[in-house]
Design a protein around this ligand. Structure first.
Ligand code: ATP
Ligand code: MG
Length: 258
């Protein structure tokens, strides 16, 4: 059984078609990295998986449960999905430990002692055990994002969704977050990751999915998609992101002054 199974997914916002027929499966233990230009629908796709957006049509199964079924208990499904966004959304008035225990206690009804024990384990996992008593404002962006990851992991997710988890970070802080994600991948966590970190996707992904204009244009092992892309749109995109200083004036429709 696939961890995620998406069939014929369409999503429009009003008259704007954003996802135009996505078929995508993620198998247990796979790390699938989604790349593509801004506005291509990557975040919308991720948000449809846990129904933060309601699909216009199509079906999505998560762990065999159809989340697009109106009778689905979506809260039960969401409990098994960890989600990490660009913005960390930590509670500023709570300590790191409290941020990592609050949902465990409220949603999973764990005792304080049990929640604390699991918080410690997961803060160790992201290298932040010594920051348990700190407040988010006392941490760097990279540390805050690692707390957000620990918070998600403390819920024992069967699946982690990441939406550009490093894009709000200063460049020197990106590496520590990617290192945590690399560790999770090595442990066999099933992950669907929207990223513009091409080096990370190339190294860690079991499969790379290139989206453009609300469709999956091409997908395959990273060595193929990066090393030998089949589609023109993929080539153009990769050229632009991998060698941004070499984009020609004709490509962006710029004109030389006359
Ligand atoms: N809630 C919304 N209401 C209306 N339009 C939306 C909404 N969310 C997204 N869109 C539009 O849907 C399109 C796809 O957005 P989405 O955020 O999925 O793109 P993306 O691939 O994640 O882009 P980026 O790389 O910039 O994050 C965009 O044109 C966006 O403006
Ligand atoms: Mg996005």
């Amino acid at each position: 059984m696939s961890t995620i199974d998406i069939l014929g997914l369409h999503k429009s916002f009003g008259k704007l078609p954003v996802l135009q027929g996505i078929d995508l499966a993620v198998e247990p233990g796979e790390v699938v990295c989604v790349i593509g230009p801004s506005g291509s629908g990557k975040s919308t796709l991720l948000r449809c998986v846990n129904l933060l957006e309601t699909p216009t049509s199509g079906t999505i199964h998560v762990g065999g449960v159809e989340v697009t079924d109106p009778d689905c208990d979506i809260d039960a499904v969401r409990r098994r999905i960890g989600m990490v966004f660009q913005q960390f959304n930590l509670f500023g008035h709570l300590t790191v430990r409290e941020n990592v225990t609050i949902a465990q206690r409220r949603v999973l009804k764990r005792s304080r002692a049990e929640a604390n024990r699991i918080a410690t384990l997961n803060l160790e996992r992201v290298g932040l055990a010594e920051k348990a008593g700190a407040y988010p404002a006392q941490l760097s962006g990279g540390q805050q994002q690692r707390v957000a990851i620990a918070r998600a992991l403390a819920m024992d997710p069967q699946l982690m969704l990441f939406d550009e988890p490093t894009s709000a970070l200063d460049p020197e802080l990106v590496g520590e977050v990617l290192a945590v994600m690399r560790g999770l991948a090595a442990e066999g966590m099933t992950m669907l990751v929207v990223t513009h970190e091409m080096a990370f996707a190339r190294e860690v992904a079991s499969r790379v999915v290139f989206m453009d204009g609300g469709v999956v244009v091409e997908q395959g092992p990273p060595a193929e998609v990066f090393g030998n892309p089949r589609e023109e749109r993929t080539k153009t995109f990769l050229h632009r992101v991998l060698e941004p200083t070499r984009v020609s004036e004709t490509e962006i429709g710029a004109h030389k002054p006359v």
